[in-house]
Design a binder for this molecule. Structure first.
Ligand SMILES: *[C@@H]1O[C@H](CO)[C@@H](O)[C@H](O)[C@H]1NC(C)=O
Ligand SMILES: *[C@@H]1O[C@H](CO)[C@@H](O)[C@H](O)[C@H]1NC(C)=O
Ligand SMILES: *[C@@H]1O[C@H](CO)[C@@H](O)[C@H](O)[C@H]1NC(C)=O
Ligand SMILES: *[C@@H]1O[C@H](CO)[C@@H](O)[C@H](O)[C@H]1NC(C)=O
Ligand SMILES: *[C@@H]1O[C@H](CO)[C@@H](O)[C@H](O)[C@H]1NC(C)=O
Ligand SMILES: *[C@@H]1O[C@H](CO)[C@@H](O)[C@H](O)[C@H]1NC(C)=O
Length: 610
């Protein structure tokens, strides 16, 4: 049998405001009322809530334009919100009787100074928020009497240096945020008082270097954020004692050199972000010892080449980001040892040559991004062994020809991005092994015709994007295997005819665009077995509105949602109120008596003799 507690909402009493003399506040006088006990008294211009069950009093004085601290704060207060006021300074012993206080929020309160003894008496304080103020200096031992403090936020202030003994007494602290100040240097032993620290944020400062001993006492640290500083290099032994560290952020610095073995000892590290730095080269021993690393981000550096065995210790790596560097070629066994890797990004480098064997050993890679390079040619069998690959990005890569053995053995591939190349030839049998392919993007290339064998074997293909090529012709049986295809975009080509038998096999087709071609006629017969068609885009052709288009006219008038006259959408971003119209005009080019009219506007009489 369960005990019957009163419902939770009756436990929470919102108490009436009781004005007390002293602190000036611009808010109106609240009606004076005597509360049951002294302990439940709520300071003037604040709101309070009292939880009967836990006997916790919470006082909310956020954004009340307070210029001084409210007096007569009941000593049983559990949480006190003073953020968003104009307090300017915290006097000594401001909270001296509040030994039950657990949470104190003083953020965004224009604080420029805090007396050394300001926090005396806060024996139970657990969370202290001092971020987003104008603090430049705090005296040593400011937190000496708040020994239970677990989290301390000092970020977004104006500190350019801090005292070595500032954190004395904080042996229970596990979170310290010093980010977004102007710290230029840290005292050697500043963190030595913090044996239980789990997370340290130093991001957004101006630190140009790190001393050897600086982190040596932080043996419990799990996360260290040093991003967006002015660090130029990583020396040996800086992180050697951080055996429990799991995440290290060094991104957005000026790092151009990392000492070999700089990360030795970091056997728990799972995440290392070195992106947006100035690294030019990596050595065989750079990442030695990182036996637990899962994510390595090296994008947006100036790395020019990758030596074999650079990553050999990283047997658990799952993500390797190398995009936006200056890598020129990939040689054999560059990624040796990365048997667990799932994501490899190499986009926006200067890769011209990839040797066969470059990707050997990447048994588990699922996503590979090579876009934005200038590959010119891909050797046969270059992707051999990548049996788990399901997304391959080769857009914007200067490819002009696809050869039969390039994609062979990629039997799990689902998405192949080849758009924005100069591909004019896809040799026979080049795509036929891609049985699982769902999406093939070939838009913005130079294909002039599609051979009848080109898509044989692609029985699962759903999206086929062929817009902005130079297609003049599509052979009869080209789409015969594509029974699952539901999106076909042939817009912006030079098609003059589209035989009705070409479209007929596409029994799952839901979207068809043949906009911006040179078609004179279109047979609705090819659509008749297509009950699922949802959108048909026909604008921008040279429609010859004779008897052959009578059926299309009928179809368009019958199904205005399938052949819309226009679709209206809203632009994204700031001008989001300006509607954009995408038209689907069926303008007749000829014969002369109807030229310029939309097929749907022509009267029935015009087709009377058909
Ligand atoms: C605080 O002052 C601002 C500006 O004078 C005013 O707009 C706002 O209403 C005041 N807030 C309170 C809670 O009195
Ligand atoms: C703290 O409590 C004592 C005794 O109850 C009282 O005399 C003193 O004024 C209080 N101090 C503050 C800062 O409220
Ligand atoms: C691949 O890189 C290109 C170019 O930077 C980017 O636009 C695209 O989103 C990337 N794709 C993936 C899956 O990472
Ligand atoms: C069709 O061509 C016109 C003019 O060249 C262009 O503005 C429009 O974007 C093209 N339509 C599509 C769907 O690309
Ligand atoms: C209508 O015009 C098309 C395109 O010019 C032509 O192929 C077709 O034979 C014509 N149909 C009839 C019934 O005249
Ligand atoms: C399509 O028709 C609409 C309205 O009939 C017209 O405003 C628009 O300019 C036409 N668009 C094209 C590309 O012909």
């Amino acid at each position: 049998f369960c005990l019957n507690f009163p419902p939770a909402d009756t436990l929470l009493l919102l108490l009436v405001l009781v004005p007390t003399a002293g602190c000036q506040s611009p808010s109106k006088d609240a009606p004076k009322e005597q509360s049951d006990t002294e302990l439940l008294k709520c300071p003037s211009s604040c709101a309070c809530s009292y939880d009967d069950y836990s006997e916790e009093l919470n006082i909310f004085c956020s954004s009340r334009n307070l210029t001084c601290f409210p007096e007569d704060i009941p000593s049983n207060v559990k949480s006190l919100w003073l953020d968003g006021n104009n307090l300017f300074s915290v006097p000594a012993a401001a909270f001296s009787n509040l030994s039950n206080l657990d949470f104190l929020n003083l953020q965004s309160s224009q604080l420029a100074s805090i007396e050394q003894h300001a926090f005396h008496g806060l024996k139970g304080l657990y969370h202290l928020h001092l971020e987003r103020n104008r603090l430049k200096h705090l005296a040593p031992n400011t937190f000496l009497h708040t020994q239970n403090l677990a989290t301390l936020s000092l970020n977004n202030n104006l500190f350019s240096k801090i005292e070595e003994d500032l954190f004395a007494g904080l042996s229970n602290l596990w979170y310290l945020n010093l980010g977004w100040n102007s710290l230029v240097v840290l005292p050697d032993k500043v963190f030595h008082h913090l044996p239980n620290l789990r997370e340290l944020v130093l991001a957004g400062n101006k630190l140009p270097y790190l001393q050897h001993q600086i982190f040596c006492s932080l043996s419990e640290l799990k996360e260290l954020d040093l991003s967006r500083n002015l660090l130029k290099g990583i020396k040996l032994n800086i992180f050697v004692k951080l055996q429990k560290l799991q995440k290290l952020y060094l991104n957005h610095n000026l790092i151009n050199a990392i000492a070999p073995r700089a990360f030795m000892g970091m056997k728990s590290l799972r995440w290392l972000d070195l992106s947006h730095n100035r690294l030019i080269s990596l050595f065989e021993e750079t990442f030695l010892g990182l036996l637990s690393l899962h994510v390595l981000r090296l994008s947006s550096n100036s790395i020019t080449s990758l030596r074999p065995r650079t990553f050999k210790d990283l047997q658990f790596l799952e993500e390797l980001q190398l995009g936006h560097n200056r890598i020129r070629s990939l040689t054999e066994r560059t990624f040796d040892g990365l048997g667990q890797l799932e994501v490899l990004t190499l986009n926006n480098n200067q890769i011209q040559e990839i040797r066969v064997g470059a990707f050997l050993g990447l048994f588990n890679v699922a996503v590979m991004n090579l876009s934005g390079n200038c590959l010119k040619a891909l050797p046969d069998y270059v992707f051999k062994g990548l049996t788990k690959l399901h997304s391959l990005h080769l857009e914007n890569s200067c490819l002009s020809r696809i050869r039969p053995q390039t994609f062979s053995s990629l039997s799990c591939l689902r998405r192949l991005s080849l758009q924005h190349n100069t591909i004019s030839v896809i040799e026979d049998q080049s795509l036929n092994e891609l049985h699982d392919l769902l999406e093939l993007d070939l838009k913005h290339n130079r294909l002039t015709h599609l051979s009848s064998d080109m898509f044989v074997g692609l029985n699962n293909l759903e999206y086929l994007l062929l817009s902005s090529n130079q297609l003049l012709e599509i052979s009869h049986n080209t789409f015969n295997s594509l029974q699952r295809l539901f999106w076909l975009d042939l817009s912006n080509n030079h098609l003059e005819t589209l035989d009705k038998n070409i479209i007929t096999p596409l029994t799952s087709l839901r979207y068809l665009s043949i906009r911006n071609n040179s078609l004179e006629t279109f047979s609705v017969d090819s659509l008749s077995p297509l009950p699922v068609l949802e959108q048909l885009w026909l604008e921008g052709n040279k429609w010859h509105c004779n008897c052959s288009l009578k059926e299309l006219r009928h179809f368009s008038l019958q199904r205005p949602t399938v052949v819309p006259r226009f679709v209206q959408s809203l632009t994204e971003g700031e001008d989001s109120n300006i509607p954009v119209y995408v038209y689907n005009n069926l303008t007749c080019l000829s014969p002369p008596d109807v030229a310029g009219l939309d097929l749907r506007e022509i009267s029935e009489d015009h087709f009377a003799d058909c």
